[in-house]
Design a binder for this molecule. Sequence first.
Ligand SMILES: NC(=O)c1ccc[n+]([C@@H]2O[C@H](COP(=O)([O-])OP(=O)(O)OC[C@H]3O[C@@H](n4cnc5c(N)ncnc54)[C@H](OP(=O)(O)O)[C@@H]3O)[C@@H](O)[C@H]2O)c1
Length: 321
Amino acid sequence: MKAVVCTRYGGPEVLRLTDADIPVPGDGQVLVQVHAVSLNASDWEALRGKPLYARIGGPFRPRHHVLGSDIAGRVAVTGRNVTRFKAGDDVFADILSCMGGFAEYVCVPQAVLAPVPAGLTYEQAAALPQAGVIALQGVRDTGRVQPGQKVLINGGGGGSGMYAVQLAKLDGAEVTGVDNTEKLEFMRSLGADHVIDYAREDFTRNGRGYDLILDLAAYRPAAAYRRSLMPGGRYLYAGGSVATLLQVLTMGPVLGRAGRKSIRLLAVRLGVQHLDPLVELIRAGKITTVIDRRFPLSEVPEALRYLGEGHAKGKVVVTIG
Ligand SMILES: NC(=O)c1ccc[n+]([C@@H]2O[C@H](COP(=O)([O-])OP(=O)(O)OC[C@H]3O[C@@H](n4cnc5c(N)ncnc54)[C@H](OP(=O)(O)O)[C@@H]3O)[C@@H](O)[C@H]2O)c1
């Protein structure tokens, strides 16, 4: 089979399309023929080994030689003790813990697989896992957005932001999306009431306050976010720099205390089993999955470069076979 391999940290140029043996499913595993795999910021981070947390388990070399975590495809072979799936089933999964999606086949524990929801294509299913749960938990489960609230999504034009902006809008919030110049119109098209170009305006210094800030690209000191929260407001760190993460973890509880504000980490429960409410909204036509570009497996380096250089509006998907 073909697979895209990286054996050292670096840019897209360290990736190689190679021939590899088709893996054999172990006990409780399923061999999936991958038809679509979507890209996430976590792939870009794991490729470059930055931020530092991306090197957990692989301080000098990538722990996983084949990246790609959000997959959709067809069951080819089942291993021993697999009871939930059979050859020919269409499935999708988030395999962040083992990776391996940038390949024609990957072995996946049956526990993390789910059937592709009826009515969704492989590409639409592959777009969902990480981006979907981050948005769902950031806006609904943890964010608890209420009608009329002011919500800011920092990084609103990326994969998770695409779902988060739409969900917050659907739940009746007044939504501000922050991202780069290229993505302002895109965020408006998703329903954002206001958009901010992060290169031109620092939203923590414009004097406006928010009930919820969902931060998918956190690079500021924790104290800066505090001044952008209304009394009772909540800031959720989803991703960004290690420096900001450490400040949120250590100083967040103290900073938040005055003014009943909350500054904390969004610890996402990953897994496609959490996606049902979002899938229902997609099937009802209330939320759209925007796939900006599709690339073949041989062009995974270009696909990652496109994402990493900040051009992707919504999701980028690699289609295979
Ligand atoms: N908390 C958890 O449990 C958990 C679990 C999984 C993943 N994550 C994290 O959650 C985040 C999800 O991101 P994603 O998949 O939506 O990534 P994405 O598709 O790359 O989107 C991130 C967006 O943020 C923008 N951005 C970068 N710097 C910015 C800044 N300073 N201000 C505003 N926007 C900025 C990016 O644009 P540019 O191209 O201009 O950079 C991009 O549009 C990632 O950081 C990931 O590591 C968290």
